[in-house]
Design a protein around this ligand. Structure first.
Ligand code: BGC
Length: 748
């Protein structure tokens, strides 16, 4: 029973219960006015509040909303590797919701960046589920700490925009459990988001909204989710099937609550199921009531702008810094080229589009700070061909400058919710301009603005410095000036690999699918799990990012703390004279495994701010899950016994030290049968003894003699023992029978 002072579901009529399971309009819950249950507002998300001005009419104009602080979208924030900072962003977003009387903000979105061309990569966190879950949890806990709800989305497997409303993402159980679920699972278990939004797509043929396995068996029964599930906007195609699957709320409403009433009357919906779904809605309203009852609250616009500023600083990743071209000294003659410096691209397109409270571009910031630079836009922010006059002006502007800051990237039309990109490249006219400027002046720093990875290889030779600034939100200008002029060191780390060529990506062979389905053929080998396992060259690896400081990681110590757990510690030292932050990363590398496992996987990270010369010890506990894989055989997590290497480093390819830990394994095993292979018998503690006696008894003349040489041992390895007659006819039958008899004796 809920402790709500609202009526319980039992106090409602069937019609009232049904009405709770769809919205009142596109941005409101329906409530039950006669019983005092309000229809609170719920709206986007995810990197700030998008409260549509047209919401009272129910119409949607994505670009017309009340001013709200625009924090860096996840593309940027994910590079901060700083959950505490992300928590602060969440708190600030909640305060804005309280002012605007929004009960639930629709985010964060934690889908995996399966392929960098994905249209929503800019609002998703990472190619790695551990990182995505351990960062985005900060938004959930931060928002909810102020009494406002979040909607963790899009559950699950919205990894592309092409055909997103219909496509069936065909994914193995193992890849779902190891790659596409863990960010959701972690946040559900540790922070209990008050709502979850299901995805548009189908998973293995079933629409998420109607997927009982997904919404009830896994989410509620296995993970213990206590909140409500809502549909993505328009993802509910069958009210009855969805409600039965565990969907509490259809958004926006299709005004078909009578379908629920009829189905409840004729038994297609069980009364308990409707009660459960409706009670969830009452509980949600109850949870948000305190915050929604606050009157006259005004959030602190300056303080939130400052949070956005700090978040932007930590979102940037310094990819290249030859000749220490950055930071730029205050007395340098600086040329700034590129329209992005004047007209920043600071957020992505689609449902997350925010009207910022203020907007300060890089050039505005320099003017405000009294920094004198020469500027030429160089190109227009569209997909039109180059303008020769603008290009010539830019080359002229670069002449004689000590440093040329070239702002390049993806214009708004190149990436958005709703479609996937077709190329990893930035527009050709920008690359041509870079070449022309480089012919005049070699001291170039490229500052990139883009929501998802762009290729760097085609033009990197023309830049001494590359600063990946992603999309920085409304305070990107001051943040860029702080980093470029060295007031603060960059500290971001890549949350996704920068490949050399999009065709290197393992998902390309199944991207974006065909005839209504997409097969996730790469399985668990997503991003660095593929590149690192198969030794492929990349431009910049996962976890990578330079600093103005230099750090050393040493004293890596790994210890077993239980049968299948370990701890690891290391010392990180700032060996430079610049104050800065480093992010220590822990990867687990399984030893010999009976399934194909990535060469290593991220299982811990910590960002440490260290003053010049300072050092700190960091330590991590690795639980059983850190060593496990999802076994389809056992339909569960499985830790095999054996040696595991724990790696500590500063990117997936900069490992400073390692330690090995021997684990017992969880002891899961399957009984041996006639269909088990000689290899499986040989690896089993009991089976191996029986295999040994088959050879011994053969030598002793008590059984037919097994053919025994290297080639035959290899041959037998993958042969079920019931195939022995194929090899040795009647003699083979005897061997199979002997093995099964011996095994039966031990098993008794
Ligand atoms: C998006 C969601 C968003 C919703 C409401 C959908 O199209 O996929 O992320 O929250 O619209 O704007």
């Amino acid at each position: 029973m809920s402790e709500s002072t609202y009526p319980e579901v039992n106090d409602l009529t069937l019609e009232e219960k049904a009405s709770l399971t769809s919205g009142g309009d596109a941005w409101h819950l329906q409530g039950v006015e006669s019983k005092g249950i309000p229809g609170y507002m719920i709206t986007d998300g995810p990197h700030g509040l998008r409260k549509s001005l047209a919401s009272s009419t129910g119409e949607t104009d994505l670009n017309d909303s009340v001013p709200a602080t625009c924090f860096p979208p996840a593309a940027g924030l994910s590079s901060s590797w700083n959950p505490e900072l992300i928590h602060q962003v969440g708190e600030a977003m909640a305060e804005e919701c309280i002012q605007e009387k929004v009960a639930v903000i629709l985010g964060p979105g934690v889908n995996i960046k399966r392929n960098p061309l994905g249209g929503r990569c800019f609002e998703y966190w990472s190619e790695d589920p551990y990182l995505a879950g351990h960062e985005a949890i900060g938004i959930v806990s931060g928002v909810q700490s102020k009494g406002v709800g979040t909607s963790l989305k899009h559950f699950a497997a919205n990894n592309q925009e092409t055909d997103r409303l219909r496509v069936s993402a065909n994914i193995s159980q193992r890849a779902l459990r190891e790659i596409y679920f863990p960010a959701f699972e972690h946040i559900v278990k540790e922070a209990q988001p008050w709502t979850i939004m299901c995805s548009y797509n189908r998973i293995n043929g079933v629409h998420s909204a109607q997927n009982h396995w997904l919404l009830t068996d896994v989410l509620r029964d296995e993970w213990g989710f206590e909140g409500i599930v809502m549909s993505d906007w328009g993802a509910d195609h069958d009210r009855v099937a969805s409600l039965n699957a565990g969907l509490n709320l259809e958004m926006p409403p299709s005004y078909t609550d009578d379908q629920i009433v009829y189905a409840a009357r004729d038994g297609r919906i069980q009364p308990e199921q409707l009660d459960r779904m409706a009670q969830g809605m009452i509980d949600l309203v109850d949870k948000t009531r305190a915050a929604m009852s606050v009157e006259g609250y005004r959030f602190d616009v300056d303080a939130h702008d400052e949070v956005a500023h700090q978040a932007a600083v930590e979102s940037m990743v310094l990819l290249k810094n030859d000749d220490a071209i950055l930071p730029v000294s205050s007395d340098a003659k600086v040329a700034v080229i590129g329209e992005f410096a004047r007209t920043p691209r600071y957020q992505g397109g689609g449902s997350s589009h925010i009207t910022p409270t203020r907007m300060t571009g890089f050039l505005d910031t320099l003017t405000a700070r009294g920094v004198d630079v020469r500027f030429a836009p160089g190109f227009t922010l569209d997909l039109e061909p180059a303008d020769a006059a603008m290009a010539a002006e830019a080359v002229e502007t670069a002449k004689g400058a000590d440093v040329v800051l070239m702002f390049l990237g993806l214009p708004e039309a190149a990436e958005s919710e709703g479609f996937d990109r077709e190329t990893l490249d930035i527009p050709a006219k920008q690359i041509e301009l870079l070449e022309a400027v480089a012919a005049e002046n070699r001291n170039i720093v490229v500052v990139l603005s883009n929501g998802s990875v762009v290729s760097v290889a085609p033009w990197a030779a023309n830049a001494k410095g590359i600063l990946e600034s992603w999309l920085l939100g409304q305070a990107g200008g001051p943040a860029l000036a702080d980093v470029i002029f060295g007031h603060v060191s960059p500290s971001g780390k890549l949350a996704q690999t920068v490949p050399m060529d999009i065709n290197d990506d393992p998902s390309m062979i199944n991207w974006p699918g065909e005839e209504g389905h997409v097969d996730y053929g790469e399985g668990v080998f997503v991003g660095y799990r593929y590149y690192d396992t198969y030794g492929k060259a990349v431009d910049y690896p996962f976890g990578y990012g330079l600093s103005y400081a230099t750090f050393e990681v040493s004293d890596v110590k790994v210890a077993r703390t239980g049968d299948n757990t370990a701890s690891v510690s290391a010392v990180v030292k700032n060996v430079s004279d610049v104050d800065a932050a480093e992010t220590v990363q822990v990867y687990v590398a399984p030893g010999k495994a009976s399934v194909a496992r990535p060469v290593h996987e991220l299982k811990g990270f910590r960002k440490v701010f260290l003053k010049a010369g300072e050092s700190a010890e960091v330590s991590f506990d690795l639980d059983e899950r850190a060593f496990a894989y999802w076994s389809e055989k056992f339909n569960g997590w499985h830790v095999e016994s054996g040696a595991y290497t724990v790696e500590v480093g500063t990117s997936s390819r900069d490992i400073a030290g390692t330690g090995v830990v021997e684990l017992d394994g969880d002891g899961k095993s399957e009984p041996l049968t006639e269909w088990s292979t000689f290899g499986e018998w040989s690896e089993d503690p009991t089976g191996s003894k029986i295999v040994a006696s088959v050879y011994a008894e053969g030598e002793a003349g008590n059984l037919p003699k097994m053919p025994d040489n290297d080639m035959m041992r290899m041959f037998l390895k993958s042969m079920p023992i019931n195939s022995m007659p194929m090899l040795m006819s009647e003699g083979g039958k005897k061997i199979t029978a002997f093995m099964l008899d011996e095994y039966a004796k031990v098993a008794k």
